[in-house]
Write a new protein. Structure first.
Length: 114
């Protein structure tokens, strides 16, 4: 159940990052198109405005990315806090479980190499 929530949280984070990358790419492509269509020697003010618009859009996307990161981090900590509490309350069983999992993983890997 917890792993499903964690997977959903990661999927939302990755999906949001992909969407922001697309928005950034589209904004830069639009700016490049606008700059190519302008005569730089005649329309210096228009070029400055285009660059200002791109800078504004990039700052806006940076703020959105920061908000998404904070949201992801908060959700991650909400789901990981119980695990940290269990490990802190019961350190010896936690270490034994980790050793057992490591041993099993090592056995599987060594058999795969044979």
């Amino acid at each position: 159940m917890a792993s499903e929530k964690l997977d959903q949280m990661v999927d939302r984070g990755v999906g949001g990052a992909d969407q922001m990358k697309l928005q950034t790419a589209e904004a830069l492509e639009e700016a490049a198109r606008r700059l190519r269509s302008k005569d730089l020697s005649v329309h210096g003010e228009e070029v400055k405005q285009i660059l200002h618009d791109v800078e504004f859009r990039m700052n806006e996307l940076r703020e959105q990315a920061g908000a998404k990161f904070e949201e992801f981090e908060t959700c991650y900590h909400e789901h990981m806090e119980p695990v940290e509490t269990i490990i802190g309350d019961h350190p010896i069983p936690a270490v034994l479980v980790a050793m057992g999992v490591g041993f099993l993983f090592g056995m599987l890997v060594s058999r795969a190499n044979d």
